[in-house]
Unconditional design. Structure first.
Length: 195
């Protein structure tokens, strides 16, 4: 059975819904989960965008915000529309990339998403990030460790790999060479991994 790589961006609204569910779904399906944080900015730049497509297309953006209200209600997730969208996310993404194989990373990812989309907090700010890490039982020095030279390049490498895989948005599940895009594709990706 192949592992399922979950490619996500902390600024991505639909990644929030998917990230809150993916670990439990994989556990129930007996599928190994690999967390893969990356940055959408360079991918959007390749498409000629300097902002989220939800900001560039008002109709799409209006739909997405209403859809998020429905989805967070459906899955019982905290929801507060961010006062800034998208907000910077590179620091929590660097932590997630540096410690992607640690047993606490799922808790950290979920906590960051709730802070962003459930509490409207500036998740890139060091003091906010230190608080979120402490809530996951991790020391504030985890941020400095993630920014150390030997780990700093991991997020960039993930983003380059995402581009090579043909990823164009978030979230994504990758099983072998198969790409599944969108929150609604989680079940299909898990079934594919179980084949």
């Amino acid at each position: 059975m192949k592992p399922l790589e979950f490619w996500f961006e902390f600024a991505s609204t639909y990644s929030y819904v998917a990230a809150m569910r993916i670990e439990e779904l994989c556990r129930e399906g007996g599928v190994e989960l690999v967390w893969k944080p990356f940055m959408l900015g360079p991918i959007f730049a390749l498409q000629g965008w300097n902002d989220s497509h939800f900001n560039l297309n008002e109709r799409r953006g209006s739909y997405m915000w209403r859809d998020l209200e429905r989805l967070t209600d459906k899955f019982g997730l905290p929801w507060r529309k961010p006062s800034r969208f998208p907000r910077p996310t590179s620091n929590p993404a660097r932590v997630a990339a540096a410690f992607a194989r640690e047993p606490w990373i799922g808790d950290f990812v979920r906590r960051v998403y709730v802070a962003n989309f459930g509490e409207d907090r500036e998740i890139d700010e060091p003091e906010v990030l230190a608080t979120l890490l402490a809530e996951c039982g991790r020391p504030a020095t985890t941020v400095q460790a993630a920014l150390a030279d030997e780990r700093r390049a991991l997020l960039r490498a993930n983003t380059e790999r995402a581009i090579a895989l043909g990823i164009f948005g978030a979230p994504n599940c990758v099983v072998g060479s198969e790409l599944f895009w969108g929150e609604e594709a989680l079940g299909d990706a898990i079934e594919w991994a179980r084949r």
